[in-house]
Ligand binder design. Structure first.
Ligand code: HEM
Ligand SMILES: *[C@@H]1O[C@H](CO)[C@@H](O)[C@H](O)[C@H]1NC(C)=O
Length: 343
């Protein structure tokens, strides 16, 4: 309630001051009493080994399947940017609703079963304590380290959402061909500024892009802005204008150092070797180009901005305190709710 209205109330009826202070007027998304929100090492009393277990599991999985680290990095974007970091990305569809991971924007997301491996290891030690939302964020942090990126201290205390809805995804996640204005707006809404956006896109220094997202740049004719030295490789990897759905056809995002999170991405996009239209435009839009050039020159600067932006992303609008739940299994909510009043 605005102070003015409060004052008005007070002038009218003196006992209404009780009303004005009443928590009944607290906004829905405000932190409740006794809720510390996100803090460093949230589980230090309730599950002191949690962060070590997650780190150990991320390392073991990385040894067996290097691409798990790509997934942990992509997950933090796909979960936290869609409304909030609440592990809604990990939920399976229900009979009623299609979940986020089933949408076109989620194409290519992989390794979900290994998130369950991490969760199971944590559950063995401390059942029902550590949220999937925190596991998702901490696995991203540790995955970034596996890929040669910076260690980014991140807070914990997120709780898990109960719902995942495919319909909202497009509103939050930019498409592969979206304009830089729209990309800056979408990230700006989370408090991530232009250098932050440029740094986050540096994640495309690892992993792959499937031909379905690329063929429109190759057929019926080759996009003239693509570096002609890069085109034969792309054509070889994506030989058909309509990719064979049975063959897994893709191009590596960074041919130079495909497994390392480094600033080679920025040199690639300045060299017109960016795979997605959005990658290409990042290097040519006048708002983002100065930062692309700076990151291409300095890995330190890239890492600093990347760490800052990942931190903001990881703190986007979390459920804390008694909101949400601690899922037993990351792909299903404990309580399947039919009403729409709670996330
Ligand atoms: C404008 C924003 C973005 C768009 C349009 C976008 C789009 C895409 C697309 C289309 C792919 C290829 C998926 C496939 O074919 O398998 C991809 C891959 C990837 N993206 Fe993004 N992305 C964006 C931002 C980000 C951010 C902010 C991060 C992380 C901080 C990220 C991390 C990744 C990673 C790691 C991969 C490789 C995944 C793998 O190999 O499994 N992306 N992205
Ligand atoms: C972007 O690509 C999608 C296909 O992935 C297409 O349907 C859409 O029309 C494209 N949008 C723009 C602005 O080119």
């Amino acid at each position: 309630m605005a102070p003015k209205t409060c004052f008005f109330f007070l002038a009218l009826v003196s006992f209404s001051s009780v009303l004005c202070l009443s928590p009944a007027f607290a906004k829905d998304d405000e932190q409740e009493k006794g809720d510390p929100g996100l803090v460093m090492n949230f589980y230090k009393e309730t599950c002191p080994q949690a962060e070590d277990i997650i780190r150990e599991q991320v390392k073991l999985l990385y040894k067996r399947h290097k691409n798990t680290a790509f997934s942990w990095l992509r997950n933090i974007f796909h979960d936290c940017a869609v409304q909030r970091c609440d592990a809604s990305l990990l939920l399976d569809s229900t009979r009623r609703t299609l979940s986020e991971k089933e949408t076109d924007r989620s194409f290519g997301l992989r390794n979900f079963r290994y998130i369950e491996t991490i969760k199971e290891a944590v559950e063995r030690e401390c059942p029902g304590v550590v949220s999937c939302a925190d596991i998702l964020v901490l696995s991203a942090r540790d995955g970034i380290v596996s890929l040669g990126g910076p260690y980014i201290p991140l807070k914990t205390g997120r709780r898990d959402g109960r719902r995942s809805r495919a319909e909202v995804v497009e509103q939050y996640l930019p498409d592969h061909n979206e304009s830089i204005s729209s990309v800056l707006d979408k990230f700006g809404a989370m408090g991530i500024d232009t250098p932050g956006v440029v740094a986050l896109l540096g994640a495309h220094s690892v992993g792959r892009t499937h031909c379905v997202k690329l063929v429109h740049r190759l057929y019926p004719e080759v996009d003239p802005v693509l570096n002609p030295d890069h085109v034969p490789h792309m054509l070889k990897k994506c030989p058909d204008s309509i990719p064979d759905p049975k063959a897994v056809q893709y191009v590596r995002n960074d041919r130079g150092t495909p497994m390392v999170l480094d600033n080679n991405y920025y040199r690639n996009i300045l060299d017109n070797k960016g795979l997605l239209i959005v990658d290409h435009q990042l290097a040519h839009d006048k708002r983002t180009k100065p930062f692309v050039k700076k990151m291409a020159k300095s890995q330190d600067y890239f890492f600093r901005e990347f760490s800052r932006a990942i931190t903001i992303l990881s703190e986007n609008n979390p459920l804390t305190g008694t909101k949400g739940e601690i899922r037993k299994q990351c792909n299903v909510a404990n309580k399947l709710r039919s009403n729409n009043d709670e996330p």
